[in-house]
Design a protein around this ligand. Structure first.
Ligand code: ATP
Length: 453
């Protein structure tokens, strides 16, 4: 779904309301006037009901109330945006915060990419600097233009990286190294550049693959890169995203264990390539290569796995309230996993609708981080629905793990042997993020290697 298609100037308004209910009424009025079958009171009830179970406040003065309804016709989404310079008080906000921007999303209940659209929206409007530009825009026409261009993709104005001679040389050398070492693809670390990356006259026939933490519309990237892998990571290190990117590429079938990849990287935001590395995927991930090479359990969707890695990496980097946290995620093969787990506490997800407790839902990030302090594991179904938090893993532990790794990591290893799941542990003592599959461990993020930029 191209986000810019769901925005319209006519649905961007200045709000006069002092409270969330009447602000939503204002937004509904401009949203449904062209849709006679939509009933304002029903929509309002739906929006407020969701709000009462789970706040849609994102922080930075922005709320993203949303509801699924029968929109009818071809339309899948209606987005309305309200700006309140005076601010609106709301339960979800902290004492000194008020809502200045409301993005109200109505989604048709047939929309299959609902959680992805919600997540993409949240990612864009969760940026304090961008929000400031919307609040200080002199006219609503400017708000529309800024949103339209942000929704049109972060690669709106890509930099031609060949502009400087060092980049030109690095690209030419990467092609030479890739050819000389028989690499099947070149992986370019796009976050080296602040405003997107375009290789210009890429002469090589070798497949190119863009790795970035920015949202890239794959249709825009087409023709420039054969594939795009989006990875969420906050490291300024040159190749910190490498392992996650390869794991994601493996699960999506873009990369195989037999591949040799030439990586072209630079420091994040430095606008300069400075590193070329050749990686043999099989050797790098040797520990995972047992007889079976399927990295993901059959029932686990790649995007769910990617999301768990992203949340785990963020937790490891950020901690909680300034303190490091540990956590354990068990993903997939729920029928078997449930037989080997026991609740340590009352399940905090009990009673939530499945859509509200799906890890693909952007509002779950905070919830997961909040519950990460509970002892025990998160058990997650392959489609992303979080089944429980605070679960004790009772799989028989027969694994010798490297020194320093204790009960949490043993449990992660044991459940990955006893069932066809994949488990991911975050160490509270080292910040290391480790993936376990069939008892073999793969370090995704090493101790103290990541630093928030
Ligand atoms: N069987 C288990 N199932 C689920 N969670 C567990 C299990 N065993 C331990 N944990 C969780 O791991 C936490 C830390 O245990 P421990 O320090 O022994 O693990 P660790 O592997 O050394 O991890 P860390 O590096 O975070 O300390 C416990 O407080 C508990 O929340």
């Amino acid at each position: 779904m191209r986000l810019e298609k769901i925005i319209a100037r006519s649905r961007i308004v200045e709000l006069g309301s002092p409270d969330i209910t009447s602000a939503l009424e204002e937004l509904l009025e401009v949203s449904i006037n062209r849709f006679p079958n939509l009933k304002q009171d029903v929509l309002l009830k739906g929006l407020l009901q969701r709000e009462s179970t789970m706040t849609t406040y994102l922080g930075n003065g922005v709320a993203l109330p949303h509801v699924r309804v029968k929109l009818g016709g071809e339309r899948r989404y209606i987005l309305a945006v309200g700006r309140s310079v005076a601010g609106i008080r709301h339960d979800g906000t902290k004492a000194d915060e008020a809502i200045n921007l409301i993005f109200m999303l109505l989604a048709d209940d047939r929309a299959r990419d609902y959680l992805q659209v919600l997540a993409a929206l949240a990612r864009i409007i969760d940026d304090a600097d961008f929000v400031k530009t919307l609040l200080t825009a002199p006219k609503l026409d400017d708000v529309y233009e800024r949103l339209y261009s942000a929704f049109g993709g972060m690669t709106a104005r890509p930099v031609q990286v060949q502009q400087n001679s060092m980049n030109r040389t690095m690209i030419a050398e990467a092609e030479r190294v890739a050819k000389g070492t028989a690499c099947g693809m070149i992986m370019v670390f796009g976050d080296t550049f602040n405003s997107g990356v375009e290789l210009g006259h890429w002469s090589s026939k070798i497949k190119s693959l863009l790795v970035t933490r920015n949202l890239v519309d794959s249709s825009q990237a087409q023709g420039k890169f054969a594939e795009v892998i989006q990875v969420r990571s906050f490291s300024s290190q040159r190749l910190a995203q490498l392992r996650s990117a390869i794991v994601v590429g493996l699960t999506r079938g873009i990369i195989s264990f037999d591949d040799r990849i030439c990586c072209l990287a630079g420091l994040t935001g430095n606008n300069q390539f400075d590193t070329i590395v050749v990686v043999d995927v099989g050797r790098e991930f040797q520990t995972l290569l047992t007889q079976n090479t399927d990295l993901l359990p059959d029932d686990v969707k790649p995007e769910v796995f990617e999301r768990v890695i992203a949340v785990a990496s963020e937790l490891a980097i950020e901690g909680r309230e300034g303190k490091p946290v540990g956590s354990l995620f068990v993903l997939g093969d729920n029928a078997h996993v449930e037989k080997l787990t026991k609740p340590l506490v009352l399940n905090p997800f009990y009673g939530y609708k499945e859509e509200d407790r799906n890890i693909l839902n952007p509002f779950m990030d905070e919830t997961i981080k909040e519950f990460s302090s509970i002892d025990g594991a998160f058990v997650i179904r392959g489609d992303g629905v979080v089944i429980s938090a605070g679960s004790l893993i009772q799989a028989a532990d027969s694994h010798a793990l490297p020194g320093g790794l204790g009960a949490r990591h043993s449990a992660a290893a044991a459940i990955s042997v006893a069932t066809n799941c994949i488990s991911i542990a975050i160490s509270s003592s080292t910040g290391q993020v480790t993936l376990f599959r069939r008892g073999v461990m793969l370090t995704l993020m090493e101790k103290g290697k990541m630093a928030k930029v």
